[in-house]
Design a protein around this ligand. Structure first.
Ligand code: FAD
Length: 423
């Protein structure tokens, strides 16, 4: 807050607003705002000292500039952590300074495991959120922030696409629908509920996903329903800020294990952070395969073109369009038009021919879009896998391979990761 708004804006109201708690809560723990600031400064001093003690161990590795900047990145800027870290307790716990918090609720005092999440796309961020809320000390390590990840390209409509509809996937989808629908009730999240049509052209198409969707209606040409849609530029920024406010630290770095596999991965992560975390969560999308030597991951290339919105409020998806995968998803500032679904294609460059074909199909489906100016275009490689990976092997937990359903499954799968850590 000091960095973004200046010290003059550092008031008790601003602090508690940022933390997402009631203003009065601060005065339950501190006599006045000055006492809070003193506690904060002392806490920061200890954190900085602890962080810097790891620096000598890095002598002879990397460059001085990288080591110093990694250290600065790992220095927590926002939350109050307890030192030394204690094991997580269940129920209400008390830290040495007499502050209390309840496990299960949003909690600024981390006393759980130290966890590094690799990946800052929608999966990594949502996992980081749920683990921080569960009381773990979490650091996200990623070489691209959310705004530059595949997640930023998504149409981000709640709908399970390019993923096997197994029962646990459907359950994660159900949880995802509920969580996103709740976020749609809060201003500023970038999530809204929108009605639309899932075009069904094949007899016997699997419609088991409809169980998660209240009030859906089977109509002649498909299924009409109301689902959450996230405007990725707003939603990912909101999620990043929310995660940071929960005390999650961010480090910009590429994880490069000496060889693929869990042991080398933990070592590589420790080299970046200066200490070995209790657990590493692999949520690196398409990058996950290389980290673990998993040959089952592959890209499904998706191209989109974003047009000015002529006033559309309803979306439409047409997966089995004879011309190719087609969808139109209106957002506040534009309309996402897609798409392509090219399995095994690693080309991240916009293909003008593919764009022309997308626009032809989209105009046929929604004639109002004809003549609307192109605002932007993008390509994203959906992180696909024969089956998404969600399991624990020793200190490594995996959560990747969400294909075209990362937003749809994010909250449900993040809760599963939290369960795997608690088991
Ligand atoms: C065109 C398109 C439309 C889509 N539409 C929808 C939709 O409507 N609904 C829906 O639910 N889903 C949709 N998706 C799918 C969705 O975008 C993905 O499933 C989701 O973004 C995957 O998220 P992720 O966090 O796993 O991966 P990513 O967003 O790719 O994030 C991966 C993260 O890992 C980091 N990383 C990777 N390797 C390393 C490494 N070695 N070291 C450090 N960091 C690393 C990256 O820097 C990045 O931060 C769409 C996708 C595309 C391309």
């Amino acid at each position: 807050m000091i960095v973004t708004a200046g010290p003059g804006h550092l008031t008790s109201r601003a602090v508690t607003q940022q933390a997402g708690v009631a203003t009065g809560l601060l005065f339950k723990h501190f006599r006045n705002f000055d006492d809070f600031l003193i506690g904060y400064a002392v806490d920061r001093t200890f954190q900085l000292t602890t962080t810097l003690t790891g620096l000598p161990a890095l002598v002879g590795t990397g460059t001085v500039a990288t080591n110093l900047s990694d250290m600065i990145h790992t220095t927590p800027m926002i939350t109050l952590h307890t030192h030394p870290p204690a094991r997580r307790q269940t129920g209400t716990h008390r830290d040495p300074r007499g502050l209390t918090s309840s496990s299960g609720g949003d909690c600024l005092l981390s006393t759980g495991m130290s966890v590094v999440v690799i990946g800052a796309g929608v999966i990594g961020l949502t996992v980081a959120h749920e683990l921080a809320v569960a009381g773990h000390r979490v650091r996200v390590v990623a070489d691209r922030d959310a705004a530059h990840s595949v997640s930023a390209v998504a149409a981000a409509i709640w709908f399970p696409h390019a993923v096997t509809l197994e029962s646990d996937v459907l359950e994660s989808g159900r949880v995802g629908y509920e969580r996103l629908a709740r976020l749609a009730e809060t201003a500023g999240t970038g999530v809204v509920m929108r009605p639309g049509l899932v075009r069904v052209r094949r007899a016997g198409a699997d419609l088991s996903w409809t169980d998660a969707v209240p009030g859906y209606e089977r109509v002649a040409d498909g299924v009409r329903c109301r689902v959450p849609v996230a405007d990725t530029s707003h939603y990912l920024a909101w999620l990043t800020a929310r995660v940071a406010a929960l005390g999650v630290e961010f480090t910009v770095a590429t994880v490069r294990p000496a060889e693929p596999g869990p042991d080398a991965l933990v070592e590589a992560v420790a080299r970046i952070g200066g200490e070995e975390p209790d657990t590493v969560v692999v949520a690196a999308g398409l990058g996950s395969g290389a980290l673990l030597g998993d040959g089952e991951t592959y890209p499904i290339r998706g191209q989109v073109v974003r047009l000015a919105n002529p006033g559309l409020t309803e979306w439409i998806t047409d997966e089995d369009n004879p011309g190719g995968l087609t969808y139109v998803v209106p957002r506040s500032g534009d309309v996402v038009c897609g798409g392509t679904g090219q399995a095994g294609d690693w080309n991240e460059t916009v293909d003008p021919g593919a764009e022309e074909a997308i626009l032809r199909r989209v105009y046929a489906l929604v004639p109002e879009l004809r003549g609307q100016p192109v605002l932007s275009r993008a390509v994203g490689l959906r992180p696909a896998r024969t089956r998404r990976s969600l399991e624990r092997t020793g200190r490594v937990v995996t959560c990747y391979g969400h294909g075209g359903s990362g937003f749809t499954l994010s909250w449900g799968d993040a809760a599963r990761v939290a369960d795997l850590l608690a088991a």
